[in-house]
Write a protein that binds this ligand. Structure first.
Ligand SMILES: [Zn+2]
Length: 284
């Protein structure tokens, strides 16, 4: 951080292309959720900076994924918006890792946690968190990192790429459908019933926070899917207030050094409330 430069409370990273070129199931919520931040007055608040995402370098995607993977993503038609989504996460992570912001919330148009080294599915094309971590490490940052994935689907891509890393804690909420390898030095799977409500979820959050506290990461990514809401498409039956409660509990343990990465979720009314509440907590 340059001398005299003031550390801000929160950066929000956004790009209007996410709402236009993002994966169809994910993109309808983007503009309403962003509008919600405006209507709550969050983006005009003191200590809040809004940044426009720029695409990640292709070389970074090529370093994380195989050649065949990249060719497949190019054929999908989502390569450009996946690079832009990863670029959003990289930008937020760099702001936090460099000490220019205490926290970041990164919008995306495609998700990342089902993108392995050599395979992708479930609206995920490039592993945004893995690309951001590689970028940070090349710059001498992000040595010890926690990834807390509260999207209700198993984060198989992140597990594939980062699960064996001795300096990564991967906490993975899911509803029992396990994919791929799960072994690794610091992997914690929190399995909840398919119809888990707020109480069960928050019990698991306590375990996740305790594990992260014990691990002492210098940076913590939250893979934030609100597809766990009862009105949205994923497992769990979470209610309206639970995402604020999650963000509050995490902030109590980690008041800084946290990067939220938007993951699953489709319904605009859910996104407005969930994203609005989380960003409001981070901005407070
Ligand atoms: Zn999901």
């Amino acid at each position: 951080m340059a001398e005299g430069e003031k550390r801000c409370r929160l950066v929000v990273v956004y790009h209007p292309d996410f709402a236009v070129h993002g994966y169809p199931a994910l993109r309808e919520r983007i503009a309403p959720a962003f509008e919600e931040l405006r209507s709550r007055g969050i983006l005009e608040g003191e200590g809040i900076r809004l940044l426009e995402a720029v695409p990640a370098e292709e070389e970074l995607a090529e370093a994380v994924h195989t050649e065949g993977h990249i060719q497949g993503v190019k054929r999908s038609g989502y390569y450009r918006v996946a690079l832009l989504s990863a670029g959003s996460v990289i930008m937020g992570a760099e702001e936090v890792a460099r000490g220019r912001a205490e926290a970041a919330f990164c919008f995306t148009g495609t998700a990342g946690h089902h993108a392995s080294r050599d395979g992708f599915w479930g609206f995920c094309y490039l592993n945004d968190v893995a690309m951001a971590l590689l970028r940070l490490r090349r710059e001498g940052m992000g040595k010890r990192v926690a990834v807390v994935d509260i999207d209700p689907h198993f984060g198989d891509g992140t597990r594939d790429i980062l699960g064996g890393d001795p300096d990564v804690l991967h906490v993975n909420f899911h509803s029992g459908y396990v994919m791929g390898e799960t072994d690794g030095p610091h992997n914690l799977d929190l399995v909840l019933p398919h119809d888990a409500g707020d109480a069960r979820f928050l019990e698991a959050v306590e375990k996740a926070v305790a594990a992260a506290e014990e691990f002492r990461p210098e940076l913590l990514f939250v893979v934030f899917g609100h597809d766990s809401h009862r009105d949205d498409y994923g497992a769990f039956e979470l209610g309206d207030g639970v995402y604020r409660e999650f963000a509050l509990r995490l902030k109590r343990a980690f008041p800084s050094g946290v990067v939220y990465v938007l993951s699953g979720g489709a319904r605009p009314h859910v996104a407005r409330r969930a994203i609005g509440d989380v960003v409001e907590v981070l901005a407070g």
